[in-house]
Design a protein. Structure first.
Length: 353
């Protein structure tokens, strides 16, 4: 730390992203990336993009991408905003609506970090014993509510009815639904944004659209809420999406066929993999995302994580209550999951000796 840092940031704990290790023959199942490459149409859009134009600033309205998203969801363009990853959209949410913020105590690790960064008053609400969000805890609160649906790292969802109740009983406060993983089997709340003016849906192209390296997030809400999000964007970084990202993002949204195919594949792999883990004695939370959260009585979360890593299989583990017994495993290709099963059998076998 230098002696120049603002005092209020001296004790701030930054977010720790999952590692991007450089091991040989690594099976990388730790940051919920998609195992399949982006659509060939995305690659074409980038290659055909006029690179000569890179000397010009990109479109600050990112119109091509906004149009594609509006068309995909059947909402007006004025109801769509875009960000440099959904992390940036979430940052705008905290800037604009962060006077007081509520979110689950076990959820996306960035939520409390943003609260510190933007000096927001916040309250983290515990989950129930089964690691589920208790919807009743979010009825009639006095601040902005942020819920990941499905939640991370549990993969479990709230029902559409539960979400609507939370929105209805917080009519004077914004309810933000972070749908980073909704494309893997969770019903989207986007239609609710056209009925209630106090709901904002945040999505990312990093997971279901295989574009984590490109940094594209989207927000869908009422015209007024989107106007506020864009007010933050234009007060911070008007050119937040570069030319290639705008083109790639629009092409990804438009290629529905490829999207349907790859997300179906991930869900299919998730189902057989969850079953197989249960057969090995693991408790696997019912996931509607591209990862599973699981534990075993035979091995601690930390030891399982360490043993997997020794065998070049990297997953995610948090050494904190009440989730220290669990590891989060991203759904990769079938062969990645087969490899994980194989080394898990080996690890459990060695432990039993
Ligand atoms: C991955 C993730 C994000 C961030 O996505 P980016 O668009 O890559 O910034 C936001 N929320 C949750 C719950 C996530 O898991």
């Amino acid at each position: 730390m230098s002696r120049f840092l603002r005092e209020k940031y001296m004790d701030m704990e930054p977010y720790t992203p999952g590692e991007q290790p450089q091991m040989k023959d690594l099976v990388k199942l730790n940051t919920n990336e998609n195992p399949y490459p982006p659509s060939p149409k995305v690659i074409n859009a980038i290659l055909e993009g006029n690179t000569g134009d890179l000397l010009r600033y990109p479109d600050p309205e990112a119109k091509e991408l906004v149009e594609a998203v509006a068309e995909y969801y059947g909402v007006p363009e004025k109801c769509v905003a875009v960000g440099n990853g959904s992390d940036e959209i979430l940052a705008f949410v905290y800037m604009a609506f962060g006077e007081k913020v509520y979110f689950p105590s076990i959820s996306y690790g960035f939520y409390p970090v943003f609260a510190e960064t933007f000096m927001c008053d916040f309250k983290a609400i515990p989950l129930d014993e089964g690691l589920a969000i208790r919807p009743d805890d979010y009825i009639g609160l006095d601040g902005t509510i942020i819920l990941a649906n499905p939640n991370a790292p549990t993969g479990m969802t709230l029902t559409p009815g539960e979400i609507e109740d939370i929105i209805k009983t917080n009519a004077d406060h914004l309810v933000v639904i972070d749908e980073a993983y909704a494309d893997f089997g969770t019903q989207t709340s986007v239609p609710l944004t056209q009925i209630y003016d106090n709901v904002l849906v945040v999505q990312t192209l990093s997971k279901s659209r295989s574009l984590a390296g490109m940094r594209i997030g989207i927000a869908i809400g009422s015209e007024e809420v989107i106007e506020d999000i864009n007010k933050m964007k234009f007060s911070f970084n008007p050119y937040n999406l570069d030319r290639l990202a705008i083109k790639a993002g629009a092409a990804a949204i438009r290629d529905d066929e490829y999207f349907q195919e790859t997300r179906a594949k991930v869900m299919e792999t998730r189902e057989w993999f969850s079953e197989k883990m249960r057969d090995l004695g693991f408790t696997v939370l019912p996931s509607k995302s591209n990862f599973v959260f699981c534990r075993s009585d035979k091995i601690s979360g930390q030891e399982y994580f360490d043993e997997l890593r020794k065998r070049a299989v990297v997953v995610r583990h948090w050494e904190k209550d009440p989730i220290r017994d669990y590891v989060r495993i991203t759904i990769g290709r079938d062969e990645d999951m087969e490899r994980l099963i194989e080394v898990t059998e080996e690890i459990l076998c060695e432990k039993a000796k």
